[in-house]
Write a protein that binds this ligand. Structure first.
Ligand code: SF4
Length: 214
């Protein structure tokens, strides 16, 4: 089994992808066709984190390439971004069978990869797509309450206060009109938020270690 120390010592996303491709840290690789480590700009300002690969993602080896991916791409473009500008990953890198939710032990086994991706990319903003990714980082937060609200929190393994925002998962919003409208309205806050992060010089002034509104 690939030890966490080996994942931590990866110095590039490519190196990390090679480990994901031969990973056996949980059982999800057994039923998957392809690993889906993540995709996008290695120096992205924004990293989106979803739940896990679906059928299409498993077939192609890239995250968010099905109907939910189409909605994500559409929202990116509506707000002045291209898909290649951002980085998109999931909390688990192999498809859970029949699109079931990833199990807690699978999420934990896979977390060192996500952690290392975030350390290497060093994004200004981490956007959770859905409750699974939100709750891996903040188990007590409810997506129905915090969606669309930016907050920052000291993350020791990133060595700084990191800004986060949670959005509803595009797959959940696809066929629910009101949720889709909310998702689009929340998504439209991202460009201004990035601008605010760029202008903000107060990151190191607050000593609080609780999630705080940004
Ligand atoms: S889902 Fe993650 S931990 Fe599980 S086998 Fe795939 S890469 Fe390894």
């Amino acid at each position: 089994m690939i030890p966490e120390s080996q994942i931590e010592s990866c110095s590039s996303l490519e190196e990390l992808n090679e480990l994901v491709a031969k990973c056996t840290r949980c059982d999800l690789f057994k039923d998957a066709i392809n690993p889906v480590p993540g995709d996008g700009n290695p120096e992205a300002e924004i990293v989106f984190i979803g739940e896990g690969p679906g059928k299409k993602e498993d077939e192609i080896g890239k995250p968010f390439v099905g109907a939910a991916g189409k909605l994500l791409k559409e929202m990116l473009e509506e707000n002045g971004y291209k898909r290649e500008d951002v980085f998109i990953a999931n909390v688990v890198k192999h498809r859970p069978p029949n699109n079931r939710d990833p199990l807690p032990n699978e999420v934990e086994a896979c977390f060192p990869y996500l952690k290392r991706q975030l350390q290497l990319i060093n994004p200004k903003l981490i956007v959770f797509l859905g409750r699974h990714s939100l709750n891996r980082f903040f188990p007590d937060l409810k997506i129905s309450e915090v969606h669309g609200k930016a907050f920052r929190k000291e993350i020791p393994w990133l060595g700084r206060k990191q800004v986060f925002m949670a959005l509803f998962h595009p797959a959940a919003a696809l066929y629910r009109g009101s949720m889709k409208e909310t998702l689009k309205a929340d998504f439209a806050k991202l460009p201004k938020l990035i601008e605010k992060i760029n202008n903000d010089n107060n990151d190191s002034k607050s000593k609080k270690d609780q999630p705080e509104l940004f």
